[in-house]
Design a protein around this ligand. Sequence first.
Ligand code: VTB
Length: 313
Amino acid sequence: MILEKEFEDLFLNVSSRAALSSYRYVGKNDKKAADKAAVDSMRDQLNKINIKGEIVIGEGELDEAPMLYIGEKVGTNKGPELDIAVDPLEGTNFAANNLPGALAVIAVSKKSHLFKAPETYMDKISVNFSEPNVVDLDFSTKKNIFNLAEFKNKKPNELTACILDRPRHKKIIEELKRLNVKIKLISDGDISGALLVTDPKYCVDIFLGIGGGPEGVLAASALDAFGCNFQCKFLFETKKDIERAKLMGIDDLNKKYQLNEIVSGDSIFCATGVTTGDLVSGIVIEGNEFISETLITHKSTGLKKLVKTKQII
Ligand code: VTB
């Protein structure tokens, strides 16, 4: 199920306009306002596109989010049926505090080709090659690092691992230190973290650890276009999480998912910088125009590049 090429520009416009909208709140110490601006903008732009879209990853369930909630229909209701995953403002703290790395993110596939991920944590791992059994979510950190070092013909101390700085990662981080691996600790923003494996210029060999499930599905779309490996497991902590998962059709709560079970077939991914970070640069305003930078990927056309655009505000 191939997505038409014309959607590339249309979705790039959606993420760049959302980035512009939250840019207005950068450094205003108001996470909610920055997020709302991106959400409103994304919804407005999506509703102009000739698609029958359904939000499969969004701001939460209907009872938690008034807009871009899971199941919301977007688009003009003419055109192809699409699954749409959004994180209108990934890194709300970054935007609120004027720190690097805030992004507006969207991923799109034909209907039923993006995993409807529950709003739970996800254990994830990504590397920049598709060879199986080198790294695996079920292997120990030590085994993954040794295998990766052997595969890349490097020593463990020449490898860099990216992981969210959270107490839950204490054991992994200690093990990485013991192995003398370089650690890139990120405070938030694990979509970007996972994508740092896609290009040697970012100097990250492996991304691992527990972050948001929705962020995992979004990252998987771009990782797929780059031919990277990605595996994940959802973590269900509360009774409510488990009930929701069952309602969503997840029977095996401990299942390890491969990339092609999370994103099956073609997808388009766009991440536009709100503030300048590792992946993309942030919004720049010039008079009545704005310059944005977007990492865009489209699996079927082989598109995977950083695109700078100058648009009228
Ligand atoms: C990550 C990260 C997000 O949440 O998914 C993380 O990508 C996971 O949640 O930017 P915790 O903060 O609870 O660890 C964010 O940091 C914020 O949504």
